[in-house]
Each structure stands twice: as structure tokens, then as C-alpha cells.
Design a protein around this ligand. Sequence first.
Ligand SMILES: Cc1cc2nc3c(=O)[nH]c(=O)nc-3n(C[C@H](O)[C@H](O)[C@H](O)COP(=O)(O)O)c2cc1C
Length: 352
Amino acid sequence: MDKLFEPLTIGRITLPNRIVMAPMTRSRASAQGVPSELAIEYYSSRAQAGLLVTEATQTSPTGQGYARTPGLHNDEQSAAWKKIVDAVHKAGGRIFLQLFHVGRISHLANRTNDGPPVAPSSIPAAGNVWTDTLGMQPFDSPRALETAEIPAVIEEFASATRRAIGIGFDGVELHAASGYLHMQFLSSSTNRRTDAYGTNRLKFVVETLEAMVAAAGDSKRVGVKLSPAMPFNDISDDTPHETYSALTRSINPLHLAYLHLMRVPGFEIAPALRAAFTNGAFFLGGGYDYESAQRELASGGAGAIVFGKPFIANPDLPARFRNSIPLAVPDSSTFYTPGAKGYIDYPAAPRV
Ligand SMILES: Cc1cc2nc3c(=O)[nH]c(=O)nc-3n(C[C@H](O)[C@H](O)[C@H](O)COP(=O)(O)O)c2cc1C
């Protein structure tokens, strides 16, 4: 029995298989955060996935930190995204939009507004980020968000959710992973606040998800991605087991569509979170191939498997899995470069 090809119903949609395309930044949008026309083909040619999750998309100009990432906070961006959603649906697919705010992982040259980036605390991240005008630059030093400013940041996620649902997205995913703003609130190395958002580091994530659920009008149209103990973007937590177990217990009553856990090698937390997350689907990702995905599903470790890099070079990944067709290898030098090369020029395998 091929577990990867069993359907999975999440709210009003049914995934025809348990192969989810991971959210992946591809940096093909305009400097103003408008998705490129190329993205229409990029996403719709991958519509065989049980579910597509888009690249991380900023909810405000302040939430941008990288060159050429898309936003969903103005009408021009909405119009461009709508063409992508329509094309995916026409091709028979389902698509969630991943929403994020980078927090301190940012450089002024990559933003369309002025002023420093914002974060839970004014602690800069060690490291550098690519800018199209100045090359590699150190991350900007952030300022700490005032307590009174936080509701407006949360409202930006509600507003982007309303836009996403309004243009036909099947749902939205909160990016609370990879060292961006929501993970900065969750983590002890980046959240030194003494207000309610510091004494309870879960509060910002929980309130953002509540706002997104209210905006979507259906909790099964909202998912969340977590990456406990992932050190990417200079972040750490003193007690990740406790933090993420408590977070999962706090969000379980929201009856979300899914919890998407990105595995970190050497840090075993998936079984505990899966057991605690009883009110939604459990997605696991990070380094899976066909065999390990089958084993994970067969053992009950996850409800669906998320594939990232394999989808970059194999638009027809589900068909390749089903027909045992060897996978093409992605070229990492074109992951984030503008244009069609390495984006929409990986062919589907010839039909068998
Ligand atoms: C080019 C690239 C861009 C990525 N961008 C994002 C992103 O925007 N949001 C996110 O949550 N994860 C992002 N990731 C992480 C993937 O979603 C996924 O968790 C990771 O690649 C592990 O899965 P894999 O081993 O199947 O590739 C990105 C990964 C790659 C390779």
C-alpha cells in the first residue's frame, strides 16, 4: 500500500496525496514585492502536489528583509498573487500562502521603507544578508517593539490573511520557524522582554494565529510552521522541548489545519508534538526521500510529508515517486537568482 498516495482531507479541501511542497523563497519578485509572472508557471506546474505552500511572503514593508521576496499587503501584490492562485486551481492544485515577518533578519537596502527593523528585543543577529545594491551586508540592528505596537503587527497578519482568502488561496501558513519574528518571540536568546510578551514567550505566536483564524473565518484554513532548536539565523532557546510542547498545547484548541514541523538533525521532538497536536494534521519535513517518507507515514509519525529541494528540480515529483523515475538534482546556485533559469526550466519527466 502506497501511503504517500492516500488522500487526506483538511477542512474543505482533500489532498489527493500526502506530498506537500515546502515553502521556499525563490527571490523572483520585484523590488516592490510583486510576484513575477514566472511564478504562475512555477507554481501551477507543481500542482500535482497534495498541497503547495508558497514562499515566505511579508505582511508589511517592515517585515521584508531579503531581496525580491513577495508581499501581500497592497492591491498590486494581490492582483499578481490572484493570477498564481487561479492558475494553480485551473491545473487541479491546492495552495496555501506562507506569511512571515523577518524581524531582525533584515537590511535597509532590501526594504522599501526607512528606519531600523523591529524585533522582540534590540539584539542584532550575527551574520550577513545579500542585497542587490550593496552585495553582502551585516544584518541591521533592530529596535525592540513597544508593547503598544504589537497589536498592529498582529493585525498585519490578519489583513494579509483576509487578502489571501479573498483572492482564492485555500489557506495561509504562519511562518513561526527559521529565526524570523515569530521564532524570535519564542526563543530565549532573542526575547528578553519584561512585558507580557516576554514573561509568556508563546503569546505573540498564539495571538497571531488567533487573529489569522478569525480573519480566515475557518480554522482549517490556517496552518503553522515550527522549527524547534534550529540554529539558522543566530537563534537559540534554553528549553526547546518545554517551549514547543507548551506552544503545541496552547494552539491545539484552535483546531488549525495543520502543524508543519521542520526536523532538525539530532533534536528529537516530533513524537511529543504529534501526540499533543490532536486537533489537526501533522506535517513533517526536512531531508525526506521517497523511502523515508513511506516509512514515516507507515509508522504513523506524520499525516503528510513536506518536500523542499526535491520539488525545485522535479516539478512532477509525485509522478516520479509513483513511477519510480529517478529524481533530477537541484542547482543551488540558482535558488535565489532572478529570472527563469533554475526556476521554471526543470522539465517534467517524459510520460511513462
Ligand atoms: C531555496 C530554499 C528556500 C527556502 N525558503 C523557505 C521559506 O521561505 N519558508 C520556509 O518556511 N522554509 C523555507 N525553506 C526551508 C524548506 O521549507 C524546508 O523546510 C527545507 O528545505 C527542508 O526540506 P528538504 O530537505 O526537503 O529541502 C527553504 C529551503 C530552500 C532550499
